[in-house]
Design a binder for this molecule. Structure first.
Ligand code: CTP
Length: 411
């Protein structure tokens, strides 16, 4: 399962570092190849010799070491790995990662990394609970960093609480899950839309909506993590670009449609953007001024329906086209008729009534509407929705590839 998988292991300072040695032993048993970096603090807890012996490979720790840099530059360390595992990840290292510091080999490598990162935090319970640590974690997870643990229990400092590094078996399971997930959509291409669109009124004003882009970005991140070559066409959002995704920034619905069409062909298109239904008929070339005659009258024209247009293509229609139905009432009924009206294969229906806090929030409750029935998902984070959707997409595309051509089952 992990045979020949290339992992870069970063060990920071913490009592839990002794458990990392066990993790290394088990990774090697499974055939993974490991290269390691130790922070200065890690040297107080384990020795480079024990790590080098168990990993059967070099251990690096100096950023400015002539011998180490000439052997293997810090940039190459991450380039040659498929996954970076930080275990233990101390509060200090997490903070430096969140800030983007590059003051030693570990942080410089992490900052220059273009690979997925998995962290196993380990620290005192108060340090873990501190808002600074929690904010750092949220930042890192928002950038796609995967976290395993920490667990709760008796800590090395004698206190009891959350902060114990996950056990080697749990970290191993998370690493295996990462590698199996990363194969799901290998060789596939995906297109995702996200965020709101902005329809200009004049050079300084626009018509838009409250979409945060969190769900669309999480879907793009999950598809990329599952191995799909993913293009994300997004309106303006505050979300960071998901790792491994090609982001195409757009403003208006017309630009979004053009960029989507330019990204075809793809195996799957997921339209999660909250496209403004209307644009201003005649955009004022200069800023509109207040006049004696009162407020200006804005005349609207309908925007192109991107989902319907991609789903209705005579040639180059993606085999799987998925839309969202943002509803405030009659969720299922509206979602079903939206699916039929837009000609897409699946609809992810979600309740966006103000009291549910879906717009801008971190969680979502989805009902997946397909031709052959519905699937109700429990309330989960937008990231989890992305992961579950990636699994469903992988299963449907695999099924589609198996069925003889011409006998295509409705997806
Ligand atoms: N959509 C689109 N282009 C548009 C409008 C919507 O691609 N111009 C897509 C959205 O990305 C989403 C789906 O259509 O996947 C449904 O969006 P929603 O806002 O729920 O539906 P509307 O078409 O706007 O219908 P209504 O406002 O009448 O519910």
């Amino acid at each position: 399962m992990l045979q020949d998988r290339r992992i870069l292991l970063i060990v920071s300072g913490g009592i839990a570092a002794y458990k990392t040695l066990e993790l290394v032993r088990r990774l090697r048993e499974r055939g993974a190849s490991l290269c390691s970096i130790m922070t200065a603090a890690a040297h107080h807890f384990v020795t480079p010799l024990s790590l080098a012996s168990l990993s059967e490979n070099k251990v690096y720790s100096e950023l400015f070491s002539l011998t180490q840099e000439s052997e293997m530059g810090h940039i190459r360390l991450s380039r040659e790995a498929e996954l970076i595992v930080v275990a233990p990840a101390s509060a200090d290292l997490l903070a430096r990662m969140a800030l983007g510091l590059a003051s030693d080999l570990a942080t410089a490598t992490l900052l220059a990394a273009d690979k997925p990162i998995l962290v196993a935090p380990a620290m005192n319970a108060m340090m873990w609970a501190h808002p600074a640590t929690q904010a750092n974690l949220a930042t890192l997870e928002g950038r796609g960093v995967i976290r395993v643990g920490p667990g709760a229990g008796e800590l090395a400092c004698g206190e009891v609480g959350a902060g114990r590094m996950a056990e080697p078996g749990e970290i191993l399971a998370a690493i295996e899950a990462f590698f199996s997930r990363s194969q799901l959509l290998k060789g596939r291409k995906a297109l995702v839309t996200s965020g709101p669109t902005r329809e200009p009124i004049d050079p300084v004003r626009y018509l838009s909506n409250r979409s945060s882009g969190k769900q669309g970005h999480a879907i793009a991140a999950a598809l990329a993590a599952a191995g799909a070559k993913t293009v994300l066409v997004s309106g303006p959002t505050a979300e960071p670009d998901p790792a491994g995704v090609t982001v195409v920034p757009v403003e208006t619905a017309a630009e979004m449609l053009r960029s989507c069409e330019g990204s075809l062909p793809v195996d799957v298109a997921v339209m999660a953007a909250a496209v403004s239904d209307w644009a201003i008929a005649a955009v004022a070339p200069q800023k509109l001024k207040k006049t004696e005659s009162g407020a200006p009258r804005l005349s609207l024209v309908e925007n192109p329906d991107i989902l319907a247009s991609i789903a209705g293509r005579a040639s180059g229609r993606p085999p799987l086209v998925i839309g969202f139905a943002a509803e405030t009432q009659n969720l299922l009924e509206n979602a079903r008729s939206k699916r039929a009206r837009k000609g897409c294969d699946w609809i992810l229906a979600n309740d966006v009534s103000a009291e549910r806090g879906t717009f801008g929030g971190d969680s979502n409750r989805i009902t997946l509407v397909r031709a052959d029935g519905i699937e109700e998902w429990p309330e989960m984070t937008k990231r989890e929705v992305g992961q579950r959707l990636a699994e469903r997409i992988a299963a449907a595309l695999a099924e589609e590839s198996r069925s003889p051509s011409g006998a295509r089952k409705p997806l």
